[in-house]
Every structure is written in structure tokens, then in C-alpha cells.
Write a protein that binds this ligand. Structure first.
Ligand code: S3P
Length: 193
């Protein structure tokens, strides 16, 4: 419903970006595969004395299947639906550090939902650094192709603008998980002030 050239939706977006409708109780880490969300998340949770949850682990526990099995037997679309359901349930949590699966932000509703209760921090790295980190790991179904670096570049090109909608973006390139965790904690403290 427009108010002059301004819609209620725009007003809501302004209120949202000013954090007027946010209740930041949690910390959510988003970012591409291999950017260190779980390692950094565990360190941050330890320092904050928060619980740590990883959306992939939540889904695996709920389904009694590994992510690889879900992709293989039910397909990516079912996995994405399970991710959406996991994100909705996270809204009930407090004092939790959440490590989000790398593709969770594909659905903008997931990011919007996380932002209502969490400070959302994106851990960022270039496709080449990501490849260096993940090339010896075998558990990611999307990278089981003849050209995994090409696949990383392709996914990255689509997802990068979405990762950039996080509240904060932290470069992880040459930093250890401990250094990145320090930055994450600093940003979380600022957001609480
Ligand atoms: C995915 C990332 C994985 C996992 C699944 C799909 C993606 O999580 O959710 O393999 O689409 O980027 P990590 O980012 O923890 O590796």
C-alpha cells in the first residue's frame, strides 16, 4: 500500500535496517563452504558461553541421515526444504552460535529469518582460497564433479551478492580461526551496545 512514493514495505525495511524490529540474541555465521564457519563458531561459542549449533548437523540428526545421503537419496531440493525448516526452528533459540550451511542464504527468507534474532556475520574468502581449503575433503556433494574449482567459482558468482547482505563481512583469507573468532566476537559486542 503506497504512502506517496513510499510503501509500508519500504518503511518496514528502514525499520529493519535500523534494527528497530530486531532482537539480537544469537550469532549466525554464514558464508561459502570452507570459510571456517564451524571452527570459528565453536571458538566464539566457547568464549561467549553460548550453545553451538551447525545447521547441517541439526538436519542430519533430524533425518538420521548424513548430508551426502540426503543429497543422494532425496536430492538437493529436499535438502533445501530441510534447511528452511531448521532455520525456522532456530528462531526459538537464545544464546546460540549458529553455523549455517554454505547454501542456506540462497533462499532470502532464510537470511531474513536469521536477522530477526541473530547478528549475521559472513565469513568470506576467494574461490581460490576456498579451493585450497576444501580440496582434500570429500564430504561435500556439490563439489563431487570433474572440475570442483570451476563449480566453486560458478556457485560463488551466484551467491556472493547474497553473502554480502549479511550484517558484517569478515575476510578470512590469511587469518587463523582464532583470529577470525576474535573479530566475530568484537562485532557481536558492538551489536549489543
Ligand atoms: C552446501 C554447503 C554444506 C552443506 C551442503 C551444501 C552448499 O555446508 O550444507 O553440502 O550448498 O554450499 P558447509 O558450508 O558447512 O560445508
Amino acid at each position: 500500500m503506497p504512502v506517496g512514493s513510499f510503501s509500508y514495505f519500504s518503511l518496514w525495511r528502514v525499520a529493519f535496517s535500523l534494527r528497530l524490529v530486531r532482537n539480537i540474541q544469537n550469532l549466525a555465521l554464514v558464508g561459502f563452504m570452507g570459510t571456517g564457519k564451524s571452527a570459528v563458531g565453536r571458538l566464539a561459542a566457547e568464549s561467549l558461553r553460548f550453545e553451538f549449533v551447525d545447521t547441517d548437523e541439526l538436519i542430519e540428526t533430524e533425518c538420521g541421515m548424513s548430508i551426502e545421503e540426503i543429497f543422494e537419496k532425496q536430492g538437493e531440493a529436499v535438502f533445501r526444504q530441510l534447511e528452511r525448516e531448521a532455520v525456522i526452528k532456530l528462531g526459538q533459540r537464545q544464546k546460540t552460535v549458529i553455523a549455517a550451511g554454505g547454501g542456506l542464504i540462497i533462499d532470502p527468507a532464510n537470511l531474513a529469518s536469521l536477522k530477526t534474532h541473530a547478528l549475521v556475520i559472513c565469513l568470506w574468502a576467494t574461490p581460490e582460497i576456498i579451493w585450497e581449503r576444501v580440496q582434500h575433503q570429500t564430504h561435500r556433494p556439490l563439489l563431487r564433479t570433474d572440475d570442483p574449482l570451476g563449480k566453486i567459482r560458478e556457485l560463488f558468482a551466484v551467491r556472493d551478492p547474497l553473502y554480502r547482505q549479511a550484517d558484517v563481512l569478515i575476510q578470512t583469507g590469511l587469518r587463523s580461526p582464532r583470529e577470525v573468532a576474535q573479530q566475530v566476537l568484537h562485532q557481536f559486542q558492538l551489536a549489543q551496545q
